[in-house]
Design a protein around this ligand. Structure first.
Ligand code: PHE
Length: 342
């Protein structure tokens, strides 16, 4: 019996030597040590032997089982290592190969437009300030001469917060914050998001404005006109006509709406300007004395003008974008068209 075991061991060793793949080794293991393996068979047969034989054969069989198991493991490890080494050699990385390009992004047309406007007015001394998107009713309305009972509140389609705050409906409350914290003279721009509770093809519930405010001694309406004409002509071309139409805002008097000669039809009349030849691009006016009083400025000492323009609308005209929703869908194909743009 013992000699049979020895013979079995040497046969197994030969089989192992001949096996040259990991799966070949697994075959050897199954045929010797598997459930129906040769050695397993012998071990199963131990129970039929006499007690002395059981002891000696059992011991030898277990020893051989351990030796075979060890030999299989050793060979398997050696082969796995060889296979890994071979793979490492054949899988060499070409460090000089060009990488996979990700392409560069493009900044959003709204950002570009805002930057252009801020740069343009920065050249004549306006610097940028900012204010929070959640405002107090005082800053958004009262201080701007819009008391609670004022009909102009309805025009603003306000989102009210539970705690009494509002999502600012325009950037004008930043005028209030600026004047509360800075003494005149003042020349500021306040770009930012504003919110109104209405949405259709040409209105988004969130859009972008830039507020302008200039306060000094003896500021006149002529300066308002000169500043805004300079600004619009710098952006859209020196020959563009600009027109000031009387209008109404509670926080400015006199107030006006500023129209730019249509950029599509050059004043002839088209679908974009609704056949008028003109595009309304911003609201403006001389700061109302009640606004100065609300922030502690003396209306006998200073005067000023303010304007508010819609960045979305200007961007649509400047880049000739026909649908406001394109600005908010974040479609990379749309945005990438602005890569080289000014
Ligand atoms: N805040 C006004 C609006 O949102 C625009 C404006 C700003 C008008 C400053 C006059 C002066 O409609």
């Amino acid at each position: 019996m013992i000699s049979r075991l020895e013979e079995l061991k040497s046969k197994c060793e030969t089989a192992l030597q001949n096996a040259d793949t990991v799966s070949g080794i697994e075959d050897v293991r199954i045929s010797y040590l598997g459930k129906k393996g040769v050695l397993t068979d012998i071990l199963k047969g131990l129970k039929d032997l006499s007690n002395e034989e059981k002891a000696s054969v059992g011991q030898a069989a277990n020893q051989i089982k351990t030796q075979i198991t060890d030999a299989i493991d050793a060979k398997r490890h050696a082969l796995e290592r060889d296979e890994m080494n071979a793979k490492l050699v054949s899988d060499t990385v070409d460090v000089s190969a060009p990488g996979v390009g990700r392409g560069s992004g493009a900044s959003h047309p709204l950002h570009r437009m805002e930057k252009l406007i801020v740069e343009c007015l920065g050249r004549i001394g306006f610097s940028t300030v900012s204010g929070p998107e959640i405002e107090t009713e005082f800053n958004n309305f009262e201080a701007l001469n819009i008391p609670a009972s004022h009909p102009a509140r309805d025009m603003h389609d306000t989102f009210y917060m539970k705690d009494g705050g509002v999502l600012r409906t325009h950037t004008s409350p930043v005028q209030i914050r600026a004047m509360q914290t800075m003494a005149p003279p003042l020349r500021i721009l306040a770009p930012g998001k504003v919110f109104r509770c209405d949405a259709d093809v040409s209105h988004s519930p969130v859009f972008h404005q830039i507020e302008g405010l200039l306060v000094d001694k003896h500021v006149s309406f002529a300066e308002l006109k000169g500043t805004l004409e300079f600004f619009l002509r710098s952006l859209f071309g020196d020959s563009k006509k600009v027109r000031f139409r009387p209008s109404y805002f509670p926080f400015t008097v006199p107030s006006c709406e500023v129209d730019l000669e249509c950029v599509m039809c050059k004043g002839k009349g088209c679908g974009i300007c609704k056949q008028t030849g003109w595009l309304e691009v911003m609201g403006a006016g001389m700061v109302h004395r009640n606004v100065f009083k609300a922030v502690g400025y003396d209306p006998e000492e200073v005067t000023g003008f303010a304007f508010g323009l819609g960045v979305d609308r200007l961007a649509m005209l400047y880049y000739q974008i026909s649908d406001i929703r394109l600005l908010y869908e974040n479609d990379a194909r749309f945005i990438s068209q602005f890569k080289g743009a000014a």
